[in-house]
Design a protein around this ligand. Structure first.
Ligand code: TXA
Ligand code: MG
Length: 315
């Protein structure tokens, strides 16, 4: 039996401890007005990789980066007039904006699942605000449940689900919205990517009509998102040596490769490096990418899932 996570009432001291944990790469569950989030420093790729390990998610999907204040959004994303109007109207609050990512953004590649967009939200919950303010960095946080389980609206829901993978749970009672934030994509035409606490009509009243993504109303398997990053070059898995024209992405000491996901064979490190290295190799000189075998347990399942999708030709 995994030991249950430590729960502390979210007073000033507990918030300070949680902020210190986050700043050193640990995981903290915290309340927002929608649901409890499982947080990690969004700029620390290994910390974010541990979120996927804790959730036992068999695939990577892009996570929301939470900010203390709306003014911070410009540091990480490009906001157009629509984004500004929505931010002004609904932040802090249960709205997430998917925006073009700034090239110099400190947010880790794995947080955005390798995409050139970033999801930002400024939560309204006073504990979330105090925590984010104390951390001073964006905090990546999906709902604090194991993959396939219900989203937690109370601190007690978090502990049995995630066990000792989370270092601390900040308890501030039940979340009053109880439903995840609305996700609106603004990288092109405005799209409702996930319905939530703010309605499409409320959004349309501010920026005009939004396209409702075809699958916005059914819970989507994150890996099926059309927006998922994949390299443009052919990719071959389970390779022990490069064939002519290939560059080899190694793993561990057995297959060092030209570059290595993790020389020590550590899956957390490999996950944190995956998207960055794929981008680099995709932009490099080789015609194709070969990837060493990655063990299919724990985070290895998500890594292999991502690689497998990258081997199927795209149209
Ligand atoms: O209410 C909420 O939003 C909660 C609290 C903790 O803030 N968080 C949450 O996170 O629900 P998560 O990871 O369970 O959901 C994030 C949603 C997913 O549907 C994901 O696909 C979408 O946001 N998303 C994030 N980044 C995206 C991107 N770059 N492009 C498209 N969709 C994105
Ligand atoms: Mg969720």
């Amino acid at each position: 039996m995994p030991t249950a996570a430590r729960i502390r009432p979210a007073d000033a001291e507990a918030i300070a401890e949680a902020a210190a944990l986050l700043r050193t790469g640990r995981l903290v569950a915290f309340p927002t007005e929608t649901v409890y989030g499982l947080g990690a420093d969004a700029t620390d790729g290994e910390a974010v990789a541990r979120i996927f390990a804790a959730k036992q998610r068999p695939s990577f999907n892009p996570l929301i980066s939470h900010l203390a204040m709306a003014e911070q959004a410009d540091t990480f994303a490009v906001l157009d007039e629509r984004a500004r109007q929505l931010a002004e109207t609904f932040w802090p609050g249960p709205l997430t904006l998917v925006l073009p990512r700034r090239a110099d953004s400190a947010i880790a590649d794995i947080t955005c699942a390798g995409l050139d967009t970033v999801a930002l939200r400024v939560p309204a919950h006073p504990v979330a605000h105090a925590l984010l303010y104390a951390v001073g960095r964006p905090v990546a946080a999906p709902s604090a449940n194991r993959s396939g389980r219900l989203s937690p609206t109370r601190a007690e829901h978090v502990a049995p689900d995630l066990g000792d993978a989370v270092d601390l749970v900040l308890d501030a009672g039940p979340c009053h919205v109880g439903l995840e934030s609305t996700v609106v994509g603004l990288a092109g035409e405005a799209r409702l990517l996930r319905p939530g606490a703010v309605t499409a009509a409320e959004i349309a009243a501010v920026i005009g009509p939004v396209v409702v993504a075809e699958d916005a109303n059914k819970p989507q398997s994150p890996g099926q998102l059309a927006s998922h990053y994949a390299p443009t070059k052919p990719l071959r898995m389970n390779a022990r040596a490069a064939r002519p024209g290939e560059v080899l992405l190694g793993f561990g000491a057995d297959v060092p490769g030209d570059v290595n996901l993790s020389p020590a064979g550590d899956l957390v490190e490999a996950a944190a490096n995956l998207f960055r290295l794929l981008h680099e190799l995709d932009a490099g000189d080789a015609a194709a990418i070969a990837v060493a075998p990655v063990p299919n347990d724990g985070l290895g399942m998500a890594i292999n899932d991502r690689l497998r999708r990258a081997t199927t030709p795209r149209t």
